[in-house]
Design a protein around this ligand. Structure first.
Ligand code: DQA
Length: 147
């Protein structure tokens, strides 16, 4: 099974960025741990982080017919990007939306997501554990389908 992990803008700053909100783990630490976990589950996990909407859209297009599921933290694009939503729909790959923080507990503008109504599942407020939960959920779903 192949799964793509996508992280949107400013998530490269994890560990330095607003640490009281996002914690002190860096993105590299999170991705390394998730990659190990995926390997143990016989999953090939690839990762892209970009601050550019265009680059994220193109990375998703490149996955057409190539992977089984996408785990995405669209970061601030969650609340703004119809284009990124459409990119996910265009490749017809099931995806899971992850947010490190509980977006419902923060500013009201973070409550609106352009992804939640078309995602397989939405996880927020569990910190980095949310990525692992999404991976577990994607695996359970894919294994059910393949049996
Ligand atoms: C975030 C929440 C977004 O509102 C914010 O813009 C982010 C990160 C999260 O993981 O909690 O950059 O997606």
């Amino acid at each position: 099974l192949k799964i793509l992990l996508v992280n949107g803008p400013n998530l490269n700053m994890l560990g330095r960025r607003e640490t009281s909100t996002y914690g002190t783990q860096t993105l590299n630490e999170i991705v390394d741990a998730l990659t190990d976990y995926a390997q143990n589950q016989q999953v090939e996990l690839s990762h892209i982080q970009s601050n550019s909407e265009a680059e994220l859209i193109e990375a998703i297009h490149a996955q057409y017919g190539q992977c089984d599921a996408i785990i995405i933290n669209p970061a601030a694009f969650t609340h703004t990007s119809i284009a990124l939503r459409d990119a996910l729909l265009s490749v017809d790959i099931p995806f899971y939306e992850v947010h490190i923080t509980n977006v419902h507990k923060r500013e009201p503008f973070r409550r609106k997501s352009y992804f939640s109504d078309v995602a397989e599942g939405v996880i927020c407020g569990l910190g980095a554990l949310g990525y692992r939960a999404a991976l577990d959920a994607a695996l359970a779903q894919l294994r059910k389908q393949n049996n």
